[in-house]
Write a protein that binds this ligand. Structure first.
Ligand SMILES: C[S@@+](CC[C@H](N)C(=O)[O-])C[C@H]1O[C@@H](n2cnc3c(N)ncnc32)[C@H](O)[C@@H]1O
Length: 237
């Protein structure tokens, strides 16, 4: 379904992942996040190298399940369980519908990712989710993921990022606006969404993201994909 949520002048409230957003999420994310499809493909590629037999793959902030599908269809290992977690009941419902065919090894759980146990994991994915977590809680979440990963396991994090260089920040912001315009969003929609989401989506810069990985104990981390102001990071235990 096409995203028209911000196409009319309404009283603006803070963005939430409610039923209205869940209905149009797949269209919204593809038209708003440059490189989204490539991010998902990279996650699929990681399964062969970092997945381990008889372990769990976690999709944290699963939304409608695109990441879980990529983990599932690319899996070459035996006896894995995919655990897709989201705290939006509307998203969980959509995710369950989308995963119905491959659901035999996927659990979809409606809860806060800050409260779950991560255990026996070889892959953990936070695809565009960490940016919605309270910045003060982000390090504890990354630490918990590190503790729950097996040796050789991988954490993949994709985020909207900001740049401390003002010129670069402006350049990337303008290119991102052009991306949205090119995907059919009007000036009204772009402005309204920005206002609605600005208190909810809090970006980090790349340095902060790497610091979080280092502090948690990850031995290697790299930015393996970037398209404008969206980047994916791979951290290895
Ligand atoms: C931008 S979407 C993630 C997109 C998805 N990972 C993908 O690859 O298509 C962010 C998701 O994180 C979920 N979320 C935000 N905070 C959460 C939390 N504390 N616990 C669980 N889910 C959370 C939202 O409900 C939303 O579905």
């Amino acid at each position: 379904m096409r995203d028209k949520i911000f196409s009319q002048q309404n009283d603006l409230v803070d963005f939430t992942f409610d039923a209205q957003v869940a209905d149009v999420f797949d269209d919204m994310v593809r038209r708003s996040v440059p490189g989204y499809q490539a991010m998902i493909e990279m996650i699929g590629l990681s399964v062969k190298t970092y997945g381990q037999a008889q372990t769990n793959y976690y999709d944290l902030g699963a939304s409608t399940g695109a990441t879980s599908v990529a983990l599932s269809v690319n899996n070459i290992h035996a006896n894995n369980r995919i655990i897709a977690v989201d705290n939006s009941p509307s998203m969980v419902k959509k995710c369950q519908q989308n995963l119905a065919l491959s659901k035999h090894n996927i659990d979809v759980i409606c809860t806060d990712i800050n409260t779950i146990n991560i255990e026996n994991a070889s892959i953990v994915v936070l695809n565009l989710t960490l940016q919605f977590i309270d910045p003060n809680a982000r390090q504890a979440l990354i630490n918990k993921i590190y503790q729950g990963l097996n040796q050789g396991g991988a954490l993949i994090v994709s985020e909207k990022i900001h740049f401390n260089n003002q010129h670069k920040q402006q350049l990337m912001t303008n290119l991102h606006l052009d991306f949205k315009r090119a995907n059919g969003y009007s000036e009204l929609e772009i402005a309204a969404k920005r206002q609605s989401i600005e208190n909810v989506l809090v970006t980090d810069d790349k340095k902060t993201i790497f610091q979080r990985f280092n502090q948690a104990g990850f031995s290697t981390s790299t930015c393996h994909f970037q398209c404008l102001n969206f980047a994916s990071f791979l951290a290895l235990k």
